[in-house]
Design a protein around this ligand. Structure first.
Ligand code: SAH
Length: 357
């Protein structure tokens, strides 16, 4: 049987990238080498985050072969620095021409890398720059892991302590690769499970699978509205996984993992910052003892409603606290470098202009 032909494109297999193979697959690739070489190469590129060329304990000929057979997957298209060097953002080009973003953020008490799990996103949240431009493809395990390795190299001597899956894409729409990447980050890069957070728009089967995994990572849910009519409009996936079902899945995760749940809430002027929103959100969050992260909406080209002004963001937070819910206002990082999800790619016109709403 002939392989399917995709019109207008050559049908090529994706290359195996440097961080794609498992340890067993690397061992297979190096089957003709002494076995300690596998350890040297594996630890060199993961634990030490070294370039192949810098693996001085590995013979030159083997380094050349590895560099050729396991190419890096990310080419920097743009790197921007803001907040006095405390925020660095990359726009990477993938081997097939798609683009993704990664952000490195230094804080007093931690250093966090925000990674993408897909090029583009199919969830179509209207206020999100990535959602406005649609889905390109899933990232491979190697493309996810490499984002952390490259950011960590830049971060040195400051150690990367936390990973958040809050870049482009919906991690649970790419569950298997996302999870394999999480295991690699934990096991081979040494990042504690409790320092890894997966953010989902509310893909219930993903939350359920996460509850059955052995690593207790943190779960964040992008809520944005706590009534179904409004959430249907903001987060289209709510029509499939409505709030009552979502709360049940979250409760199951908390019971299984004993980890704190958090809700993301991008405050949009006149849309989800009303007194009724405070009541609904406080009730929903309290029932799950969830922590609420309030983020003033970042402006994006395809969504004309403004973010809530900062004084009202703080008033919203105070009102939540009065109702017994815990909330934090998140400092926006790197707004001058378009560091919010998908914005750098959008502003550099690497995607079709978004539809106007
Ligand atoms: N798909 C996943 C993870 C990526 S988005 C999810 O939805 O959780 C990471 C966070 O940024 C989400 O909470 C998302 O709702 C939020 N976000 C997207 N666009 C935003 C914008 N313009 N302003 C503020 N937050 C935004």
């Amino acid at each position: 049987m002939s392989s399917p032909v995709i019109l207008g494109r050559s049908h090529r297999e994706a290359p195996t990238l440097r961080y794609d193979p498992t340890r067993a697959e690397l061992a297979q690739l190096l089957a003709d080498e002494p076995s300690y070489r596998v350890d040297q190469v594996w630890a060199g590129i993961h634990k030490h985050g070294a370039e192949i060329e810098d693996l001085s304990n590995v013979p030159k000929a083997l380094r050349a072969r590895l560099a050729e057979e396991l190419p890096l997957g990310l080419t920097p298209e743009h790197e921007s620095v803001s907040d006095d060097g405390e925020t660095v953002k990359w726009l990477w080009r993938l081997h097939d021409g798609h683009h993704i973003e990664t952000v490195l953020m230094h804080y007093d008490d931690r250093t966090t890398v925000c990674v993408s799990s897909q090029a583009g996103c199919a969830m179509a949240c209207g206020f999100c720059a990535t959602g406005q431009s649609g889905f390109d493809r899933h990232l491979s395990v190697g493309e996810i892991v490499e984002q952390v390795v490259r950011a960590r190299r830049q971060s040195a001597p400051r150690r990367v302590s936390n990973i958040v899956f809050m870049g482009m894409g919906e991690p649970f729409a790419n569950y298997d690769r996302t999870w394999s990447a999480v295991e690699r980050l934990n096991h081979d890069l040494g990042i504690g499970a409790r320092h890894i957070t997966i953010s989902t728009v509310g893909v219930i089967p993903g939350i359920e699978r996460l509850a059955d995994e052995s690593l207790p990572v943190n779960l964040a849910v992008s809520l944005h509205s706590a009534n179904d009519a409004d959430r249907d409009a903001l987060v289209p996936l709510n029509k499939r996984y409505p709030l009552t079902d979502l709360a049940q899945a979250c409760a199951r995760y908390i019971a299984a993992k004993n980890r704190r749940l958090s809700f993301e809430w991008a405050l949009i002027d006149g849309v989800n910052d009303r007194p009724s929103d405070v009541d609904e959100l406080a009730n929903y969050a309290r029932s799950l003892r969830a922590h609420i992260n309030l983020i003033p909406l970042n402006p994006t080209p395809g969504y004309l409603t403004q973010g809530t002004p900062l004084d009202r963001v703080y008033a919203f937070r105070a009102a939540l606290e009065e109702r017994g819910a815990n909330a934090t206002v998140r400092r926006t990082r790197g707004t001058e470098i378009d560091a919010a999800c998908g914005q750098l790619r959008a502003s550099r016109r690497l995607v079709d202009p978004p539809r106007r709403r």
